[in-house]
Design a protein around this ligand. Structure first.
Ligand code: AMP
Ligand code: MG
Length: 404
C-alpha cells in the first residue's frame, strides 16, 4: 500500500497547471501569479524626501548654521527651484530632491522663521533621502511565479502601475456524493437516511482555495445513476466523488469510473483515517474518490486534493508547512500506519505550540473537525507517543486562529 507521502507525490506528479488568464489586479488578490513579475522601472522612480523639512547641501551645514529659504516643494509639486550654495528649500515628504541638494534636514532638527532656517545639529550627505531605485531597480524580479498575492504584493504591483496580472484560471471541480442512503438538505429526515453533507463540505473546501465547485448532487448505488453523473463530472477540470470505495462496498464507483475510461492510479493509502481513497486519471483529468465518512472525506481533501488543486492553479507552495508542537497527552496508535490526528492547537505558557486530540478520533465524530485547528501527522513506525513528545502539525484549511 502507498505511504502518505508516496500517494501525495504520485498525485502531484500527475496534475498540471491550468492555462493562464489575465485579470484585473484586485481580482488577482489571493491567487497565485502565473509568471515572474519584473520591475518595468525603478522604485522610487526619483530621489525624494523621506521627511518634511529642508533640502540643503550638506557641505554648507553645521550646528548653528542659518540659511535663507529660497523655495518650497510640496509632494507632487513642480520641480521649479534648486538649492544654490548656502541656501535651503522647504520640502515635504515625497517631493523630488531639487538640483543642488544632497540632504534633508527634518523640521524637528531646525528652528524656523519666515524666510530662514537655523540648523540645530550636524548634517551628512544623503540624510533622509529616498534614492531612486533603492527599493527596487528596473529589471529586478519583484514577485516570483507561484506566489500568492497578499495585500503587500498588491501594493507593490500597484506601485508599478500594473493593472492586469497573469494568473492560472480557477480550477472547476465537480463534486458527486454517492450512496442510496443519502438525502438532500431540505428533505424530511427518514430513518436510515443520511444527510448529504459531503458535497457542501467539499465545495466549501474548494472555494476556500479559490476554486469553483460544481455540485452534481447524489448518485444512487446503481450503474446507470453513477454512469450518468460521473460522465457529467468528467467534463470538469477535476472530479471528486465521495463514498462507495470502502472495502465493504460493491466498489461500484471505481468500476463505473473504469468503464468511463478513468485509469486508476492507486486505491488505498496507508493512513488513518482515509485509507480507501482512490485516485485516477481520464486523460489529464484527475479523479479523486474519497471515503464517504465526512471526517475522512475532509481530511483526505486537505492532504491530497488541496495540494493538487493548488498546483493546477499555479501555486508554488503546495503542501502545508509542518511545525513541531508538544503533545499535551500521550497517544497510542496502530503501528505501521500514518495517523492523521485532529488536534486542537494552543499556545503554551512559554509561547510555544502544543496540541491535544480534539476529541474522539473515531471518524464518525464530526464535532472533532470543528474543535480542531490542525492535523498532527503521527509516524507510521511509532506505536506510542508520550506527553511532551514533539510531533509534526499543520493547520487546517486556511485557518490562522488557534484554539483557546
Ligand atoms: P462509505 O464510504 O460508503 O462506506 O460511507 C461511510 C459513511 O459515510 C456512511 O455512514 C455513509 O452514510 C456516510 N456518508 C457517505 N456519503 C456521505 C455524504 N455525502 N454525506 C454525509 N455522509 C456520508
Ligand atoms: Mg456506502
Amino acid at each position: 500500500m502507498l505511504s502518505f507521502h508516496q500517494a501525495r507525490d504520485q498525485i502531484l506528479a500527475a496534475v498540471q497547471p491550468l492555462s493562464i488568464e489575465k485579470v484585473a489586479l484586485l481580482d488577482a488578490a489571493g491567487r497565485a501569479v502565473a509568471e515572474d513579475v519584473i520591475a518595468n522601472r525603478a522604485l522610487p522612480l526619483f530621489d525624494n524626501s523621506a521627511m518634511d523639512g529642508y533640502a540643503v547641501r550638506a557641505e554648507d551645514c553645521s550646528p548653528g548654521t542659518t540659511l535663507p529659504v529660497v523655495g518650497y516643494l510640496p509632494a507632487g509639486g513642480a520641480l521649479d527651484c534648486s538649492v544654490a550654495p548656502n541656501t535651503a528649500v522647504k520640502i515635504m515628504t515625497g517631493a523630488p530632491i531639487p538640483p543642488g541638494a544632497d540632504a534633508i534636514v527634518p523640521f524637528e532638527e531646525t528652528e524656523e522663521s519666515p524666510d530662514q532656517v537655523r540648523l540645530l545639529g550636524p548634517v551628512k550627505a544623503g540624510d533622509h533621502i529616498r534614492f531612486q531605485g533603492e527599493d527596487i531597480r528596473p529589471g529586478e524580479r519583484i514577485i516570483a511565479a507561484g506566489t500568492v498575492l497578499r495585500p503587500g504584493e498588491i501594493s507593490l504591483l500597484a506601485s508599478f502601475g500594473m493593472v492586469l496580472m497573469p494568473v492560472r484560471r480557477r480550477v472547476r471541480v465537480a463534486i458527486l456524493s454517492t450512496g442510496d442512503e443519502l438525502q438532500e438538505l431540505g428533505d424530511e429526515p427518514t430513518t436510515g437516511g443520511i444527510v448529504n453533507s459531503n458535497s457542501w463540505a467539499l465545495a466549501a473546501a474548494v472555494r476556500q482555495i479559490g476554486g469553483e465547485a460544481q455540485l452534481l448532487g447524489i448518485a444512487t448505488d446503481n450503474r446507470d445513476s453513477l454512469r450518468e453523473k460521473l460522465g457529467a463530472g468528467l467534463q470538469a477540470d477535476v472530479l471528486i466523488t465521495s463514498a462507495g470505495v470502502s472495502a465493504g462496498d460493491r466498489d461500484l464507483v471505481r468500476e463505473v469510473l473504469d468503464e468511463l475510461g478513468v485509469k486508476q492510479q492507486f486505491w488505498k493509502i496507508n493512513i488513518k483515517p482515509g485509507k480507501p481513497t482512490a485516485f485516477g486519471l481520464k486523460g489529464r483529468t484527475p479523479v479523486f474518490s474519497l471515503p464517504g465518512n465526512p471526517v475522512s472525506a475532509l481530511i483526505t481533501f486537505e492532504e491530497f486534493v488541496r495540494p493538487a488543486l493548488l498546483k493546477m492553479m499555479g501555486h508554488r507552495t503546495l503542501a502545508k508547512p509542518l511545525f513541531k508542537a508538544r503533545l499535551q497527552e500521550p497517544v497510542t496508535k496502530k503501528v505501521g500506519r500514518t495517523q492523521l490526528m485532529r488536534v486542537a492547537v494552543e499556545i503554551d505558557g512559554d509561547g510555544g505550540l502544543q496540541v491535544v486530540s480534539s476529541g474522539d478520533q473515531n471518524t464518525g465524530i464530526q464535532r472533532t473537525m470543528v474543535c480542531a485547528q490542525g492535523i498532527a501527522l503521527l509516524a507510521a513506525d511509532r506505536e506510542r507517543y508520550a506527553a511532551g513528545d514533539r510531533v509534526d502539525v499543520h493547520l487546517l484549511g486556511n485557518s490562522t486562529a488557534l484554539g483557546d
